[in-house]
Design a protein around this ligand. Structure first.
Ligand SMILES: [Zn+2]
Ligand SMILES: [Zn+2]
Ligand SMILES: [Zn+2]
Length: 178
């Protein structure tokens, strides 16, 4: 039973690992235990992570891995098509899973930093129509709505009578909507 679970775990992210290994070899690099661990933690974390965020997760499992290694590995993951860079307007670059993940866009709450993922076939179609109209050949896009999430709107209503010292901040936290 236990070994079955272990076997199933071993197969986890098999494709992703092959893609990475392939990319590393093509880039003339060597496979290292550090890169393997970073890849593993990245794949296990279904979230939008900055290189700093990933660095702290990696630190918990191997404190000897430096920030530069994490950053460079993220770049490799992006080149290999396993990760995708996303920006949410706070000046930072975040990374999310890209391989075998359906395209989606983001709504970002500027109060609490919540990120809502969404997909609309109609919006996608309209974007393509617009591009065509301008003879533009889109290669990729990232649609971003900034605003206040439902929860924060409710909080604002509750606080409207009391003076609020809360500072607007962006701390990205993912919510997987649909
Ligand atoms: Zn889109
Ligand atoms: Zn919010
Ligand atoms: Zn996303």
């Amino acid at each position: 039973m236990f070994s079955e679970i272990m076997a199933a775990k071993k197969e986890e992210f098999k494709d992703e690992k092959e893609v990475f290994l392939d990319h590393i070899q093509k880039s003339g690099l060597r496979r290292t235990a550090q890169r393997d661990l970073i890849l593993d933690i990245f794949l296990r974390t279904e979230d939008h992570l900055s290189s700093e965020d990933l660095y702290w997760l990696v630190q918990k499992e191997d404190p000897s891995i430096g920030h530069t290694t994490v950053y460079r590995t993220l770049k490799l993951l992006t080149e290999a098509g396993l990760a995708r860079e996303v920006r949410f307007g706070d000046g930072k670059t975040y990374y999310e899973h890209h391989y075998d993940h359906a395209h989606h866009d983001h709504m970002i709450c500027t109060e609490c930093g919540k990120v809502i993922e969404f997909f609309s076939a109609e919006i996608e179609e309209l974007q393509d129509e617009m591009a065509e109209k301008f003879g533009f050949k889109p290669t990729h896009h990232s649609l971003r709505l900034l605003g206040i999430c439902a929860e924060c709107q409710n909080k604002e209503k509750d606080l409207s009578s009391a003076a609020s010292g809360a500072q607007p901040r962006i701390r990205v936290k993912t919510v997987f909507g649909n």
